[in-house]
Design a protein around this ligand. Sequence first.
Ligand code: SF4
Ligand code: SF4
Length: 402
Amino acid sequence: MTAPLDSLLADADLCVKCGLCSPHCPTYRLTADENESPRGRIALIQGWASGRLPLTAALRAPLDDCLLCRNCESVCPAKVPYGKIMDRFRSETGQSHKPLATRAVSAAVRSGLRSPALSRLGRKALGGIGGLLGDTSWKALASELPPPGDPAAWYGKHPAAPSTAHVGLFLGCTAAAADAATVAAILKLLPALGVSVTVPEAQACCGAMDLHAGNTATAHSLIARNIEAFSSLALDAVIGFASGCGATLQEYAQHSSAPGAEPFSAQVTDISRFLAERVPEELWNFAPLDARVLVHNPCSLRNVCKGEGSVEKLLGKIPGLTVSTLPGKGRCCGAAGSYMVEHREMAEAIRAETIEAILAANPDYLVSSNIGCALHLRAGLRRLADIPVIHPVQLLARLQRI
Ligand code: SF4
Ligand code: SF4
């Protein structure tokens, strides 16, 4: 163990085991198993941290099954810091208990996504992951991906004239491989609204995958790199467009004591929240669109970025567009970053309820603010319905008269 566990126990002991969070937990809803509930997991961690329970495979399994969606945290009346507890537990116990094949796939996913060369290959990289998993749906999904982006074309300053604000754009691992269209939309839209954008070349992966897997040293080095990449730029905000990454950036100060972590985290905001809060009403000038759009609010956007409602507010400005929110408030889609790869069966079982709700609504577009969720939902909708799943900023950029 790297440090005394008193602070972990103090956080876990805040849980009064009321069970109010259980109906909001995707794994408990699916399994009805108390060990797969938030209070069950906290009890297991308390047992281990106080020396009463050994670290066996049986103890680890339900803790590994947690998606870290933090739905439990958002409804907890006792304000139990569930995400902090689980990250600390994983950091203390590592991944050595997992089968070699699982660890190899996880490492391949993490380094594959982080490698600029592999990211540029886009569909080939994703197809390779599918091949590793023997999963034809990933291979098929990879074949449907748009052409990869070239980050070299994004780096540097994209000035607005006149400029009323200056933001830094955080790309994240998947931008080049799977979400180049959203980057293009942001670089077109923001300067047209008077917001200069700088994309620092020195930025790195946000560190979420390593933090949640307990690879603390790697996560800390990524955190330090990102703080350094953005801190010297005199920015009004650091913008994320994948809420999973944005949530991690917003909590750097919680995860690391690196110099500048706190002011960096305070500057981070989700693109939709930034646009909804900072762009004056008179600058919006949308062409009409006669269509129905369904909004998926990812757990990271709701529970950490506090950006829920921003997408609906922005899209509601488009004449003719009917905007509704995916029913089942607080429902997790099962993606959870690399969870959809490492816990494929559970991720797909959790996704089923969301896919059912999307099919019932039958929208012309589904928008999601997190690329991981979008990929997972796209894969689930394959062969069932022809519903494009895109980032909301793509619709805004397409319809704003520039
Ligand atoms: S985590 Fe919060 S809501 Fe859940 S059982 Fe504990 S005290 Fe109750
Ligand atoms: S983070 Fe999500 S999956 Fe994990 S215990 Fe909380 S609600 Fe359940």
